[in-house]
Design a protein around this ligand. Structure first.
Ligand SMILES: [Zn+2]
Length: 167
């Protein structure tokens, strides 16, 4: 029993340092409206394979048969050397924004790269979670006082997945 409690405490301490920031609901809703209006840069995609299409709002891989909207998102705003706009998915139907923000999202424990940025949006460090616990990498990056936030991206395609900041 004591060991169990200690384990729970260690897990709590491990995840309490950071907070996951999913895509804001208003961005997902704007994308849904733009897709309905058939905006040229908003494509509707029907999922054909599992664990391939991550929704940035509920932070889950979409299931085969679900509809997603593919659209460009400026994860690092314009006007900076590291400005970046790239393609992301959100569910075409309303979904619940990821709520367990003190826990690392379970669907993305592998296949992510982590980029640390300072308050000027300059990338100051980056690591791949190559078989290591993603929490440990995130906390290591956040231990640098210069780090303002960490972005998780697909290690293969480079697409923005979610942001992590200090709790
Ligand atoms: Zn979703």
């Amino acid at each position: 029993m004591r060991d169990l409690e200690n384990g729970a405490l260690v897990r709590f301490m491990k995840t309490s340092m950071f907070q996951v920031v999913p895509l804001p609901t208003e961005v997902a809703e704007r994308a849904r409206r733009a897709a309905e209006a058939r905006g040229a840069d908003h494509a509707v995609v029907i999922v054909d394979s599992p664990d391939t299409y991550p929704c940035r709002h509920c932070l889950r891989f979409a299931k085969p048969g679900e509809r997603l909207i593919l659209f460009p998102y400026a994860s690092i705003p314009a006007g900076h050397p590291y400005s970046e706009t790239g393609p992301i998915f959100v569910h075409a139907e309303p979904c619940e924004r990821y709520r367990a923000t003190h826990e690392y999202p379970g669907d993305f424990r592998s296949g992510r790269a982590f980029r640390a940025y300072n308050t000027s949006y300059d990338m100051i460090d980056a690591e791949v979670a190559d078989g290591n616990e993603p929490e440990a990498i995130v906390e290591k990056l956040l231990q640098n006082p210069e780090t303002a936030f960490v972005d998780a991206r697909s290690v293969t395609r480079g697409c923005y997945t979610f942001r992590i900041q200090r709790a």
